[in-house]
Write a protein that binds this ligand. Sequence first.
Ligand code: ADP
Ligand code: MG
Length: 403
Amino acid sequence: MSQLVRPVTDLPVQGRRVFLRVDFNVPLTPAGGVADDSRIRASLPTIEYLLRRGARLIIGSHLGRPKGGPTPGMSLEPVGAKLAELIAPLAREVRLTDEPVGDGARKVVSELRDGQVVLLENLRFHPGEEANDDSFARALAAYAEVYVNDAFGTAHRAHASTVGMVRYIQDRGAGFLMLREIEFLSRLLGPVERPYVAVLGGAKVSDKIGVLENLLGRVDVLLLGGAMANTFLQAEGRRVGRSLVQPDKLTLARGFLRRASQSRVEVLLPQDVVVAPSPDSATGRTVAIDAIPDEEMVLDIGPATVQSFAERIRGARTLFWNGPLGVFEKAPFAQGTLGVARAVAECSGLTVVGGGDSAAAVSEAGVADRIRHVSTGGGASLEFIEGRTLPGIAALMAPPEAH
Ligand code: ADP
Ligand code: MG
């Protein structure tokens, strides 16, 4: 897929107005500052490249979930200030428009000189963004001669700034972050080195079934944990006490396990688990998989399971992990997830982690820099692995329309 998307390095940007869609949807502090600037840093290579090449840069992003109008506390103002700080040697200031489109924004954009930056106010302050409204898309497209998308985390949404405006700009391509995401996630769906091992956990079977289905014909080994595994355990006839289970997915789980065994994919479910009366319990205890008390719930995989999962993970030549193996937000139930994170870090094959909570777990374990690729896109990376075409990527590939 990546070979069909033009890299930013192939686009003529010198002296031209370039619209760059980024994902600056950062968490803010109660005082309104940027709490975590990693999403801004993730697009710095693209921003710096464009500025060094003398582009006139117009940056667009959304922040939070405003309901289509200006919303206090959701302005990109603190983001602009942080960006200005990060690119200080390259550009003297980052001018923020007072609205995403309008006379004020048009004026600021028209005053742009080579190597200067304008940040449009939160695109979701206009209802046309999420509605993918054509007149809003045209208004955005009118700002620029070149379109670059680096917002992988929003690529699964067909919005005006990710899809609608793209058809109106002939010179379009992907930034470095987007290219990297496409490259690594595509590799998981193409010819791979074996053994190919996937670790799937997280909350719900229904969230992961698309990923499981698309990986079934590709992987050699599937390691299942997290709340999701409870439904599989129950489907196999295990008693799982008061654990989180999706009763309406038992048939689906049973069918999946049957097909996995027919296609000779090795599926490992937990052999021991950490149980407690509730996720708020101060401690848990490890029990064998056939000894889950009726009044307790499974909140993590046990040490024997961590060990057997870790062996498979370390032996993998290709590894994909999505979904925490337990309630990792709570210390007594974090060991399984942390153990898996460390094993992934020790794997010398191609290692890729996707999913918002999984990425958080990896950084909590302190191993992010020992994993080949940690996707910045939560939902987007899962949809990619499901084999779906992401609208934001498809738009970059579609032939330009005359207008
Ligand atoms: P990701 O964001 O990486 O795709 P998910 O959102 O699917 O992951 O799952 C993460 C959530 O699953 C976490 O909040 C975690 O507490 C929860 N979870 C994992 N295992 C269990 C379990 N055994 N019981 C209840 N919740 C669990
Ligand atoms: Mg999540």
